[in-house]
Design a protein around this ligand. Structure first.
Ligand code: PRP
Length: 204
């Protein structure tokens, strides 16, 4: 019996996807618990950094779409401080794309000049997306830049990146889906994070 099948909750919620999933890495309860912890920690840090100024100019939370949609929605509600929210959307020319092959599809609608920006990412893999956005936001004069990633996937890191807040560390080179993460635009709506079977990756 696979690990997915031993998780009754996940099995019920993902009956349609079961054939492609190898195992659940983090279930819904684990994710929700970790998101609450991250939200509280981030809120404390911004309170310490900004003090009274928090009310006048709250941190600008920037989701990196589409993958961060679900995490962003939960994380911002776990932060008991005022925030503003925006998003960017990028396009990478295939996985493993060289630096420079990332294109900005949608820029911030909010000027970043002088703002304390928290980038919210679903997964950091090679690190190229974050490197691109760090340069982009620094060029626009952000006052500070912090990064929160749900998953720090380390085996394929090519660019060293500083992650200020991390939900979970992934040490294996598995293809993971769910809670916003996709494979060929599917599986984003799974409420947990699972590893795809290698044969499902090849097939799709
Ligand atoms: C994924 C993920 C990160 C990026 C990380 O996005 O959401 O943004 O890859 O990879 P990197 O560290 O190697 O740059 P993807 O390009 O799959 O688009 P999506 O957010 O629309 O799913």
């Amino acid at each position: 019996m696979s690990e997915l099948n031993t998780n009754a909750n996940a099995t019920v919620k993902a009956a349609w996807a079961r054939g492609a999933l190898a195992r659940v890495l983090w279930d819904e309860a684990q994710i929700q618990q970790r998101v609450r912890e991250l939200g509280a920690e981030i809120a404390r840090d911004y309170q310490a950094l900004l003090g009274e100024a928090l009310l006048e100019e709250p941190p600008l939370i920037v989701g990196i779409f589409r993958g961060a949609i679900v995490f962003l929605a939960d994380l911002m509600r776990a932060m008991p401080i005022p925030v503003e929210v925006d998003y960017v959307q990028l396009y990478s020319y295939g996985k493993g794309a060289e630096a420079g092959e990332i294109q900005l599809l949608r820029d911030l609608g909010t000027p970043a000049q002088g703002r304390h920006v928290l980038l919210v990412e679903d997964i950091v893999d090679t690190g190229q997306t974050l490197e691109f956005l760090r340069e982009h936001l620094e060029a626009r004069g952000a006052a500070s830049l912090r990064v929160c990633a749900l998953i720090d996937k380390r085996p394929r890191r090519r660019v060293p990146v500083q992650l200020d807040y991390v939900g979970f560390v992934l040490e294996e080179d598995a293809f993971v889906v769910g809670y916003g993460l996709d494979y060929a635009e599917r599986y984003r709506n799974l409420p947990f994070v699972a590893a795809l079977k290698p044969e499902a990756v090849r097939r799709a």
